[in-house]
Design a protein around this ligand. Structure first.
Ligand code: FAD
Ligand code: UDP
Length: 382
């Protein structure tokens, strides 16, 4: 009936299914446990008319032309440059922390002195991680790094991950560098925007193919079985020798034999407000105040004429039950090690290909997930 199974309809699974069906003209069974396509990128029109991202703000940004060109086959773009402010000691300052943020928070003479030192040490526009800046010899630069670490990273990271920054892979905080320049945009990538009709429309177009059969509201474990003894795979109770691309969490697949893999989940609380605008930019981060990490106002991302507005507060939490959506792999030494053991288990099944942010336990952005899926397609199916 079908040649391959794809578990999960986020970008990782959707790219694979689309390529297999269109480029290889093979039949795909796609299994998705949620009632909709798109994984965490899904969006929908709110009753106010505003397009909202169901699982937190998603901005497409990349320097990867192949990933950008791929998605562009399924959508027009609204050019959009993401702006983020951080609420620090009563001020809202541009994030990533840059020379403008410095001028807003520090007395003028001190700000000027640090700025000159930064420009003497780094060329204009350099992006340096707070951890690297903490290792600088110059006392003023270290003082700046300490300040930014204390005011912007330490408490936000504790809230988001329930771990202090030094227990997480350096790549996590390096995502938000200190910028030796005055560019207030959150991302500096060459291609930035949001799909003109939203992400869910993109997934609908990618997967609209008679060779792709989609089962929504279906947990793969109800139709798929991996027998650890024999290394055989069963689909609907029958042995299946085709490829199975799995983009969910690996501990779910193997009954947590090595214990649960830690992912951070979120309590996402949307509010509709009877005002035209709530905040100046799309996202305001609250490193030190409140128990949510950030507030996003969707109107800034997808402009829409109405006197009302929709905001989203993100409250981080542990993934305690399967009802808690796994959003972020916790990149601590212990969890990465545990994940490696699960990957070893997958190798008992010659036809099982784990991929994506959850199965590979990687902090993939959308472009990374797309690039990885295109590469896997080439490696495994070309
Ligand atoms: P997912 O989107 O998680 O998809 C996995 C799918 O598998 C899900 O639909 C899930 O329901 C399904 N599944 C899992 N287990 C099973 C099972 N047993 N049976 C059936 N189905 C199953 N990236 C950016 O580029 N820009 C951003 O601005 C950005 N913002 C983000 C904000 C937040 C709050 C989060 C959490 C992520 C953000 N990302 C952003 C990252 C982006 O969401 C991911 O890169 C992308 O979703 C990864 O796609 P994926 O297919 O690997 O995983
Ligand atoms: N971070 C922080 N303070 C901020 C923004 C980010 O400490 O104001 C740290 C935090 O550890 C966060 C990580 O940098 O989890 C990555 O931030 P990013 O904005 O990329 O997170 P995402 O959009 O993926 O949730």
């Amino acid at each position: 009936m079908f040649d391959c199974v794809v578990v999960g309809s986020g970008f990782s699974g959707a790219v694979l299914a689309e390529r297999i069906a269109n480029a290889r003209r093979k039949r795909v069974l796609m299994v998705e446990k949620r009632p909709h396509l798109g994984g965490n990128c899904a969006d929908e029109r709110h009753s106010t008319g505003i397009l909202v991202h169901k699982y937190g703000p998603h901005i497409f940004h990349t320097d990867n032309k192949r990933a950008f060109d791929y998605v562009s086959r399924f959508t027009e773009w609204i050019p959009y440059q993401h702006k983020v402010l951080a609420y620090v000691d009563g001020n809202t300052i541009p994030l990533p922390f840059n020379l403008n943020s410095l001028e807003m928070l520090f007395p003028r003479d001190l700000a000027r002195r640090i700025e000159l030192k930064l420009l003497a040490r780094f060329s204009y526009g350099t992006r340096v991680s707070v951890q690297d800046l903490l290792r600088e010899d110059d006392e003023d630069l270290r003082m700046l790094a300490n300040y930014v670490f204390e005011k912007i990273f330490k408490n936000y990271t504790l809230k988001q991950w329930d771990l202090p920054p030094d227990q997480l892979s350096g790549e996590v905080m390096a995502r938000v560098p200190i910028v030796v320049g005055k560019d207030n945009r959150y991302f500096q990538d060459r291609y930035q925007g949001v799909p003109a009709e939203g992400y869910s429309a993109v997934f609908g177009r990618m997967l609209n193919n008679p060779r792709i059969h989609i089962l929504l509201n279906t947990d793969a474990r109800s139709i798929l079985n991996f027998d650890l003894e024999s290394g055989k795979t069963f689909v609907f109770g029958q042995e299946f020798r085709g490829l199975v691309f799995y983009t969910g969490a690996l501990d779910d697949l193997f009954d947590r034999v090595y214990g649960p893999l830690q992912y951070r989940s979120l309590d996402l609380r949307f509010e509709t407000l009877e005002v035209a605008h709530f905040q100046e930019v799309a996202t305001v981060n609250y490193p030190n105040d409140y128990s949510f990490t950030r507030i996003t106002e969707f109107k800034h991302i997808h402009p829409f004429e109405t006197n009302r507005t929709v905001i989203l507060k993100e409250y981080p939490k542990a993934r305690e039950t399967e009802a808690d959506v796994p959003y972020y792999p916790v990149l601590s030494v212990q969890e990465v090690d545990k994940h490696r053991k699960y990957i070893e288990l997958t190798k008992r099944f010659p036809n099982l290909v784990p991929l994506g942010r959850l199965a590979e336990f990687k902090y993939y952005d959308m472009d990374d997930a797309i690039e990885r899926a295109l590469t896997v397609f080439e490696e495994v199916l070309m």
